[in-house]
Design a protein around this ligand. Sequence first.
Ligand SMILES: [Zn+2]
Length: 313
Amino acid sequence: MGGTKLLAGAVDGRLGVHHRVQRNVAGLDQSALIETAVDAVLEARQSAGAEIAAVGFGIPCLMDQRSGRGVVAVNLPLADIPFADVMTERLGLPVFVDNDANAAALAEHRAGAARGHSEAVVLTIGTGIGGGLIVHDEVYRGAVGAAAELGHMVIDVNGPPCQGNCPNHGCFEAVASGTALAREAVRIAGEHPRSGLGRALAEGRLIAGPLVTELAHDGDSAALEAMQLIGERLGVAIANFVNIFNPQVVVVGGGVIAAGELLLAPARAVVAARALPPSRDEVTIVAARFGVEAGMIGAAALAFDGLAGGSVR
Ligand SMILES: [Zn+2]
């Protein structure tokens, strides 16, 4: 579950996906979100053609893993909900729940771009920015399971208010998420009315990540300016993570990574210029293997781990 969309799938023990279900979740209230998630799981279950052993969820919510409770979501109206208990009752199967970005980090570490690395930072950039940390080959979850909200690290002390339910301002998420990309693209389009981006704005087209990415890939100067700006901010955040965690790899996923090198190249340049040695010289910064499916595949891995006796319920 992300801030805008939900993906469900029937996933086998090798993390192969056999059936995919997508639902929009933007604008839904909590009870509608639950119904939509149940419906998507039931569809995937019916289509699986095999017995389903458990259900794993990655939800964009700060978790208290002592009880499986979702405490608060920044970009969705989920708050104070015993998510694991509710879903266990609704689905009649063992249920395992984690933050969506932690699930994505698990997927990338188990079978994706962070495989073989003991220390990794995994960023999921979409409506918001999710963070996952691999520390000593394990997902780091903090004292009660609420880590690692890397998207809410402040990178601009006097920056704009953060999104949704975050009380902070100048957060990484506030200035470099897909939402921030769309906002900056609208501003730049207004300043360059004769650019492709400017004409799209004048025609009333939706200025959001997919269109900006398409125009930037086509070489439109205004769209490239927006990508460069977001990529440099991404680099500032990654420089912080490189200095603090000394990871072998930083993996960037989520919908926004459809822009690929348009974001990663300026981010790498900022890290090279601003992070400290030796960490900056050891790290690689790469796109996620599983893209927007990382959270779903990681949720399945979480469920398999849980069935095998892991600690996260
Ligand atoms: Zn924030």
